[in-house]
Ligand binder design. Sequence first.
Ligand SMILES: Nc1ncnc2c1ncn2[C@@H]1O[C@H](COP(=O)(O)OP(=O)(O)O)[C@@H](O)[C@H]1O
Ligand SMILES: Cc1cn([C@H]2C[C@H](O)[C@@H](COP(=O)(O)OP(=O)(O)O)O2)c(=O)[nH]c1=O
Length: 222
Amino acid sequence: MSDGIDSPIHPCGLGLFVSFEGIDGAGKSTHLATLAERLRAQGRRVTVTREPGGTPLAETLRGSLLHSAMDALTEALLVFAARRDHLRHVIEPALAAGDVVLCDRFTDATFAYQGYGRGFDLSVLSTLEGWVQRTPQGGLRQPDLTLWFDVPPALAAARLSATRAPDKFEAEPLAFFERVAAGYAARAAQAPDRIVRIDASLPLPAVWAQVEQAARARGVLP
Ligand SMILES: Nc1ncnc2c1ncn2[C@@H]1O[C@H](COP(=O)(O)OP(=O)(O)O)[C@@H](O)[C@H]1O
Ligand SMILES: Cc1cn([C@H]2C[C@H](O)[C@@H](COP(=O)(O)OP(=O)(O)O)O2)c(=O)[nH]c1=O
């Protein structure tokens, strides 16, 4: 088999692929951890992972992405390079083994941050997506379910300022996150069957209730 840009990623998986999306501070990590706990308590095998990251190489690229200045094309290429490695070595094998894969961000983040946030060409991102996520059947590997944590950027910023020092993206001005949030809304409108909007401005129990409902509706939770 060739190993070029046209080589498909691993066999079609049997597990379930769930991604968590939204601007920084929306509550993704918090609810991903709760869902993982619930699934494990029911005896499901769960792979918890994140992007950029999830493999030694992709984690190295993450360090550069979060802490080094670079132009939008470089950012997009590094994000997709990390994603390719992550798909080949973690996501596809886990799906093939029947795991539920919970991934903190995936390609919607690239469209939202590099595309809408930075203003980078969306059609180039689509081309890269096609190369990186191709399946043996000629389709595109996408999450089975994407939970989009929608929250006003000012509220997310207030949550974050109370917790941690900002990285390169988190230090961007509010206007950047307004564009990123609009990017997520556009992606959700294009893929209404896959992307479920969660009102993440509500208190934690009310946000969890929406996550639980979406997970039940897609057979992720019984
Ligand atoms: N619905 C919520 N209400 C209040 N605080 C929240 C809520 N969701 C998350 N938080 C808090 O906001 C901060 C950022 O949450 P986190 O889950 O790390 O967001 P993300 O992974 O989307 O960046 C954390 O301190 C978390 O406890
Ligand atoms: C996956 C991905 C993330 N990012 C950015 C968004 C986030 O600000 C950053 C890291 O994501 P994240 O893991 O949410 O950061 P943290 O653990 O600090 O909450 O990378 C992109 O710009 N493009 C991408 O494709």
